[in-house]
Design a binder for this molecule. Structure first.
Ligand code: MN
Length: 296
């Protein structure tokens, strides 16, 4: 972790595999388990998958979180246990709220493979909604803001006066920045801590180079940030009021205690209707127990 000016740290992610997809997991990371209520970021690809060997993330459960699926390139088919079946394309927000429990799959829409590039992020739900019902929304018309050298698309929350219509259970925001060569100063909410993840290209922030595979964390109190692009850059800026509750995560579950995680594990293994079936050609994911129940 490199100090890069007041309050800015660059934290390296690690490589992982989700179904057929190679990802770079940049959150949680050592030093920061959450940024606002954001608790997980996978940068998927860019990768080119062969026909018949495309995106295949079989039905699996979630609790206590929202999934934000956001593509830069390619397409994905979302199916969930609410009966949703939704094609996801670049620039469209796919937002699933798990509450007490939901299951979903992410699939190649037509079996043709092709290039996939995107991010999936999770937002921890607060006490007020994390044990309540699940929901799903897909938003194709998001607010855009013109920047000095680029454009911002507001996925969630408020940025520079523009407010996304997406459901939001805590005070947080997520914005795609499409930048051209030059320096762009973006306004920040000083009540938020922020994270910046580059999807393609290279940014210089507070004297430090930020490339794909890392997250730059900025603490509360900043009201703007200067971003210098040396060419075309796509980045995701996330932020939020520091999450006041201790989050406990294992596998696909966000909870507060190990006992809650153990219950969610058992409910999935037992086929409890807490999660419900997903209509998918893929078989539901099997998982071994968490380490504290003797798993690996
Ligand atoms: Mn998932």
């Amino acid at each position: 972790m490199a100090e890069a000016g007041p309050g800015l740290e660059v934290l390296a992610g690690r490589s992982a595999q989700v179904g057929t997809l190679p990802v770079r997991r940049v959150l949680p990371t050592r030093g920061h388990r959450t940024i606002g209520a954001w608790c997980f970021i996978d940068h998927m690809g860019p990768t080119t998958l062969r026909a018949g060997d495309g995106m295949a993330v079989p039905p699996h459960p979630h609790t206590g979180l929202q999934t934000v699926t956001w593509l830069f390139e390619g397409a994905a088919l979302h199916r969930d246990s609410l009966g949703s079946e939704q094609l996801i394309r670049p620039g469209q927000l796919n937002l699933m709220t798990a509450g007490a429990g939901i299951a979903h799959s992410e699939e190649d829409p037509d079996g043709s493979g092709g290039t996939v590039h995107g991010m999936q992020l999770w937002v921890a739900q607060p006490a007020t909604t994390r044990s309540a019902g699940s929901s799903f929304e897909h938003l194709t018309d998001l607010p855009r803001v013109h920047l000095n050298h680029g454009t911002a698309t507001v996925l969630v929350g408020r940025f520079d006066g523009a407010l996304s219509p997406a459901r939001r259970d805590t005070d947080h925001a997520g914005v795609e920045l499409d930048l051209r060569r030059g320096t762009t100063v973006v306004p920040l909410d000083p009540a938020y801590e922020h994270g910046l993840v580059v999807a393609s290209g290279t940014l210089t922030v507070a004297g430090t180079t930020l490339a794909p595979g890392a997250v730059a964390h900025l603490g509360t109190g900043a009201d703007e940030l200067a971003l210098t692009a040396d060419g075309a850059v796509i980045a995701l800026l996330i932020g939020g009021v520091p999450f006041p509750e201790e989050v406990s995560m294992w596998w696909n579950f966000v909870a507060r205690t190990r006992d809650e995680l153990s219950d969610a594990y058992r409910d999935w293994v037992d086929g409890s209707d807490r999660f419900g079936p997903v209509t998918s050609p893929l078989a539901r994911v099997a998982v071994g127990p968490p380490p504290w129940l003797g798993g690996g």
